[in-house]
Design a protein around this ligand. Structure first.
Ligand code: A3D
Length: 320
């Protein structure tokens, strides 16, 4: 059987980390693509030389030509610019929308059969725009955010309760912004609802609210600390888990920015929802019961995403 091919559009901080993870896991051969000349080739050479030490045979190449992504099974898109301290994800809209247009057209022409995972911010609007520009079916284009946001929530809960992260199943819905909705009613510690576990551990409801708030602002906390650029290790690892679910037809239920048309009262929007990922791409969106408060929080979050889509349509008439 031929090896799988993974194309990474954008070879910056997340792109390079993705390449290293994919190579270590022997997911397939890897193409690092970027508009910066020399940089993806340099990273590919450096990463290839990890092979003898780490024991992987993945072929890693760098490119500035979309022809080299032809036949890719999975494409992960990080092309664009990240936040600087003081910027919101939405401040990136104008510049990254133009990047999505170039990337969408490149994918349409060179690798229209790939499963495409978008990471570029502002995520929910960019994945929608990328799908529009590429013309791929909705089930083959998805955004990575919920796996990362849930991992942040799980990390903070595990620290608070002093338990293994492996036993925390955290749940975050909605857009990837400060209005995201960490859902405590579906968050469990080895099956025990988080609110019950907090009582067992003597952790107050106010403290859980603080953790929810820290999760919402988790990306900004890292941007502030780094001083230049945004998180890349956990975003890369999160996207790799989605790529593995597709390549291995794992049917994992992962929170992803998926196309929702009808469920959750939404009308043709990409937003974070629990999604089955298997060989068919995003195979099913799972609609869960929400309390009135959770519903209204989700509405605030999806309204914010809808506003961004309107802004995209204003910036590029081909999207209107
Ligand atoms: P960075 O290290 O700057 O890498 C971005 C790369 O994109 C650079 O190497 C650029 O040269 C390249 N690029 C720019 N324009 C194009 C183009 N038209 N075609 C191909 N490549 C291009 O950024 P990063 O890797 O740290 O972050 C990448 C994106 O991910 C940013 O938009 C971040 O905001 C976003 N991000 C999202 C999350 C989510 O959870 C959704 C988390 C962290 C970062």
């Amino acid at each position: 059987m031929a090896r799988k091919k993974i194309a990474l559009i954008g070879s910056g901080m997340i792109g390079g980390t993705l390449a290293h993870l994919a190579a270590k896991k022997e997911m397939g051969d890897i193409v690092l693509f970027d508009i910066a000349e020399g940089m993806p080739q340099g990273k590919a050479l450096d990463l290839s030389q990890c092979g003898p030490v780490e024991g992987f045979d993945a072929k890693i190449t760098g490119s500035n030509d979309y022809a080299d992504i032809a036949g890719a099974d999975v494409i992960i898109v990080t092309a664009g610019v990240p936040r600087k301290p003081g910027m919101s994800r939405d401040d990136l809209l104008g510049i990254n929308l133009k990047v999505m247009k170039a990337v969408g057209e490149g994918i349409k022409n060179s690798a229209p059969d790939a499963f495409v995972i978008c990471i570029t911010n502002p995520l929910d609007a960019m994945v929608w725009a990328l799908r529009e520009f590429s013309g791929l079916p909705h089930n083959k284009v998805v955004g990575m955010a919920g796996v990362l946001d849930s991992a942040r929530f799980a990390t903070f809960l595990a620290w608070e309760f002093d338990v293994s992260v492996k036993d925390v199943n955290a749940f975050v819905l909605g857009g990837h912004g400060d209005t995201m909705v960490p859902v405590t009613s579906y968050t469990t510690i080895n099956g025990i609802p988080v609110d019950d576990f907090a009582k067992i551990k003597g952790v107050s409801a106010d403290r859980i609210d603080e953790i929810v708030d820290r999760t919402r602002k988790g990306g900004g906390e890292i941007v502030g600390l780094l001083g230049n650029g945004s998180a890349y290790y956990a975003p890369a690892t999160s996207a790799i888990s989605m790529a593995e679910a597709y390549l291995g037809d794992q049917k994992r239920i992962l929170p992803c920015a998926s196309y929702v048309d009808g469920k959750y009262g939404l009308d043709g929007l990409y937003v974070g929802v629990p999604t089955v990922i298997g060989a068919g791409g995003t195979e099913e969106v799972i609609e869960i019961e929400l309390s009135d408060e959770e519903k209204s929080n989700l509405k605030v979050s999806t309204d914010a995403v809808e506003e961004l889509l309107e802004a995209c349509k204003g910036l590029d008439s081909s999207l209107a």
